[in-house]
Design a protein around this ligand. Structure first.
Ligand code: 5RP
Length: 252
């Protein structure tokens, strides 16, 4: 799959096809322009955030950035950052984070997000909730009219105890929006996917708009057994979208 970038009409240069991954990289590199020496940085998780973390590592190794402290949002990002020599810490030692850069699965017109299809939503929400600035990096396929509109998963992290009971209760909450709840599995055996925190994930799929997102969030979080959900409401301060016509930066 690729996205066609048309050259200027007067140009004889053939059109350039950028892959989705190249667009993710463009957004990520743009976000790293916000990073300054001495910052405490939230390091996101996923294929888009990976480009940003690589870039931060590269700038550190070149001496173009200094005294950065990274707060990883997953074990995977922790490993990547260690391999790049990025000094790391955690929220216990650095409760205030200057800037976080992370991808998203959906971005609505109000800069509300769905995150966690990579399974790291809880740590992402903790780190990104502690940030002064949260820069979201996506390619244009992630833009949606409303949360859930992609028809893809809105993840909810739950404790493993009686997970079916919790999944059914989640589905019932959103019956009005044609919701179906599925336990996320991994591997060929269909074993439950286990998060970095030892929990399970139930993915919610919606046929219709769930409406008031704050009310939906409150209702989910009130269920015993739920740890966190993947709606990131009113958290992003900047959204960087890389697409067919270039890069668009929107600040709140
Ligand atoms: C992981 C996430 C990711 O940021 C989200 O899934 C986007 O991933 P990608 O950049 O690979 O498309 O929330 O929990």
């Amino acid at each position: 799959t690729g996205i066609l970038v048309p050259p200027p009409s007067s140009s004889s240069v053939p059109p350039v096809i950028l892959t989705q991954d190249e667009l993710k990289k463009i957004a990520a590199y743009k976000a790293v322009e916000y990073v300054e020496s001495g910052m405490v940085l939230g390091l996101g998780t996923g294929s888009t955030a990976k480009h940003a973390v690589d870039r931060i590592g590269e700038l550190l190794s070149q001496g173009k950035l200094k005294n950065i402290i990274g707060i990883p949002t997953s074990k995977k990002t922790h490993e990547q950052a260690v391999s790049l020599g990025i000094p790391l810490s955690d929220l216990d030692s650095h409760p205030v984070v200057d800037l976080a850069i992370d991808g998203a699965d959906e971005v609505d017109p109000h800069m509300n997000l769905v995150k966690g299809r990579g399974g790291s939503l809880l740590r992402e929400k903790m780190v990104e909730g502690a940030c002064k600035k949260f820069v979201v990096i996506v390619d244009e396929t992630k833009l949606v009219k409303y949360v859930g509109a992609s028809g893809l998963a809105m993840p909810v992290e739950i404790i493993p105890f009686c997970w079916k009971f919790t999944a059914i209760r989640l589905q019932k909450l959103f019956e009005y929006a044609g919701c179906s709840a599925k336990l996320r599995t991994s591997g060929e055996n269909g074993d439950p996917f286990v998060t970095d925190n030892g929990n399970y994930i139930v993915d919610l799929y919606f046929k219709q708009d769930m409406g008031d997102l704050r009310a939906a969030s409150d209702a989910i979080l009130q269920l015993a057994g739920v740890v966190e959900h993947g709606m990131f409401l009113d958290m992003a301060t900047t959204v960087i979208v890389a697409g067919e016509l270039g890069v668009k930066v929107t600040d709140k």
